[in-house]
Design a protein. Sequence first.
Length: 676
Amino acid sequence: MKVFFRQFSVTSARARGQNLTEKIVQKYAVGLPSDKRVFSGDYVSIQPAHCMSHDNSWPVATKFMGLGASKVKDNRQIVCTLDHDVQNKSEKNLAKYTNIENFAKEQGIDFYPAGRGIGHQIMIEEGYAYPLNLTVASDSHSNTYGGVGALGTPIVRTDAASIWATGQTWWQIPPVAKVELIGQLPKGVTGKDIIVTLCGLFNNDEVLNHAIEFVGEGVRNLSVDYRLTIANMTTEWGALSGLFPVDETLIAFYQDRITKLPQPHPRVNEETVGNLIKNPTHSDDDAVYAKHLTIDLSTLSPYISGPNSVKISNSLYDLSNQNIKINKAYLVSCTNSRLSDIKAAAAILKGKKVHPDVEFYVAAASSNVQKDAEADGAWQDIIDAGATALPAGCGPCIGLGMGLLEDGEVGISATNRNFKGRMGSKDALAYLSSPEIVAASAVLGKIGGPEELEGKPVAQNREITKQVTVPKAETTASAEDGGAVDILDGFPTEIVGELILCDADNINTDGIYPGKYTYQDDIPKSKMAEVCMENYDSEFRDKVHAGDIIISGFNFGTGSSREQAATAILAKGMKLIVAGSFGNIFSRNSINNALLTLEIPALINMLREKYKDSKELTVRTGWFLKWDVTKAMVYVADSDSNIILSQRVGELGTNLQDIIVKGGLEGWVKSELAKN
């Protein structure tokens, strides 16, 4: 069947201002035409200011060397820290740590050994993640850097190896959600309560794979430590970044840093802080946001996540009245183990003792934090109360080292994740809260608040005021006159195929490529094509042909990080996948292996309505999609060539095209290395 797409051209819709996320990406994008401005949806090559890896530095190094690289492109760009498994003194782990340290020394890379602290905290302390720069890390909590106005976002190991070898990788600028904080926090409510509340209130993937910008009058009075906590847990909220503004509060934070240092810091000094003052950067007034969420801080109360999910949010009042006994309490992690957190917990614990039925564990976010806490006396107050000190590092937050939850136990933690089994037994219950509530609960022997230590009841929670505004989805869009995007030799000007509906949300990587084949390295492409999507639908193999285009629901490719989920689809002869949204790791693995992806929520919603009564898991729709790469436009037509949908999509620049033409990121890196 031949489908013809009737073309039309109207005015451009891209003449608008940029939000703060887009402005930072603009600064760190490479290979752009001089007049090119970037926006959400665009694919760009980025050269981040810094790239951090931790215990996974050796796997990155082996991938780096496997690409044929021998010397990092810019050793001032790369940072290696050891923080995850620092309590593990086994010969195997120590050998890995030695390999990482030796590699860093050979390459002249900045290296921080086990015990120095958690990588994200080091990136803040040492000024690598700095206001208005783009800093990435091969760890999901690189969102933390947004607390100091840096655009921090996670990358996968292949990306890290690419940055080591060439100084750059790629990024598709995500949709940006504006989260407006109004009002002021009541006494006793903390930054942790803000993000726990946001995760619990907006728990339907409202910000999944979005960049977040926090704005509003309520931001002004939030300390930088509160901002770091909130930005850190935007990861758990589903976002790719969580960016706070560079305002007077943040500048005062850095000015205070300068006065406490006897000599200029290589990255934090009068000149660098002065540049922030002289060159303020904010979102433009006509910047576009995909969503606008508002929450009134004055209506918040202390809130707790759990059990075993950050999407479950309960008030302290409710949980306290349930008299939930606890076995373990934790003040650890990159989320809430900074000096202010330790001092807040110590103020509650001073002169008191941890309940005899509770084990309380404390680890500073870094050795610098611990030294400051020791000098303040707060550290000793916590130890005197009966806490067990752990080395500065991740530890029990990720289920490593001592103090893990055992079968049937209940724990309360100031960490960021309480997924089932993450902190120990899958048959344990884990709750997340602020350092103050963790400390009070450790003394009480149950989940409770500091006021209960004084014999006072927990105040009833307030009714939270919130609002969500989402621009109306458009099924038509403007196409620019003429070609807007240059096309490289070997890259198609358009991609056309019939849409194959796989109508489900959260199709995971095991559904796409069965786990039983994942670690069989000798599976031929023909077999990969045969088993592609078989755990989703056993009839998929017979219904789908080369050149078809899968259209699926939201969070497609969630689950494990197996690259075969992308390569199996390629083996089937498909070059493009469309979905309402993608799991971030799947999206990165797709491009890294030369599989293109498009997010078009309006299209999946239209097809769901059309086929709402269908019982088939895989449906040949008879609708055809054409992606006009030159115009960054997608058109969908029925078999009679009637245009059903036209929509602008992100521009696929020549840098990204080059990666696809080279067969993926690894092929591109090898070709770049061959030029030298």
